[in-house]
Design a protein around this ligand. Structure first.
Ligand SMILES: Nc1nc2c(c(=O)[nH]1)N[C@H]1C(S)=C(S)[C@@H](COP(=O)(O)O)O[C@H]1N2
Ligand SMILES: [Mo]
Length: 199
């Protein structure tokens, strides 16, 4: 199944109309990592959603691959001002992962292997807006770009798309992640140019 709506409408618009304020286009795929690239053996890999009540929903690598996946084409926007149009990903929609999760929480803190974290409202992970992606351009996702699997939340600045994603903690109150604690915006909408706290 391919839900391609973000890229489908996007591809029909001119590149300039797809560029948020203050951004420039790049054809490269820059690597931005706050630390070293963790090496995660697939046998030990797991992804966990932990609810505000402490209930854990866990997937092994084979569990993840067994879930229905989607191929999406989306534009991505880094806060350091590069944007890349029409990037192609394959992975599992967060809607699928949240099917069995019962929660009353409004916020999510996403955590990665290596310790990176980023926060966002739970609703920004649902309704076809986010994926756990494990293929890029038809190939296994490269370690430097977050392989074996990363979060993909293309409607927000790309720092929200946690590489080497390990799990999501659901919270009643928003808790800032790595860059958000360092002065970056809690939400990070590129179309409203929400780069830093107060923007
Ligand atoms: N775990 C982890 N995820 C991360 C980061 C990081 O340093 N560690 N950097 C973020 C930032 S700032 C950006 S722009 C994108 C970069 O992804 P890329 O290296 O695949 O281009 O990953 C985001 N996810
Ligand atoms: Mo970034």
């Amino acid at each position: 199944m391919g839900i391609v709506s973000p890229g489908f409408t996007g591809r029909r618009r001119s590149p300039d109309a797809r560029l948020p304020p203050g951004q420039y286009l790049t054809e490269d795929f820059p690597v931005l990592s706050a630390g070293p690239t963790p090496r995660i053996p697939l046998e030990g890999w797991e992804f966990t959603i932990t609810t505000e009540a402490g209930t854990e929903h866990r997937w092994s690598w084979t569990d993840l691959l067994a879930l229905p996946a989607e191929t999406v084409t989306v534009d991505i926007h880094c806060v350091t001002k590069w944007s890349k149009l029409g990037t192609n990903w394959h992975g599992v929609s967060l809607d699928t992962l949240f099917e069995e999760v019962e929660t009353a929480a409004d916020f999510a803190l996403v955590g990665s292997y290596g310790g990176y974290t980023t926060n966002l409202p739970l609703e920004d992970l649902l309704d076809g807006k986010a994926w756990v992606a494990y293929r890029y351009d038809g190939e296994d996702l490269a370690p430097e770009h977050g392989g074996p699997a990363r979060l993909l939340v293309p409607h927000l600045y790309f720092w929200k798309s946690a590489k080497w994603v390990r799990g999501i903690q659901l919270l009643f109150e928003e808790e800032p992640g790595f860059w958000e604690s360092g002065g970056y915006h809690d939400y990070g909408d590129p179309w409203r140019e929400q780069r830093y706290q107060g923007d």
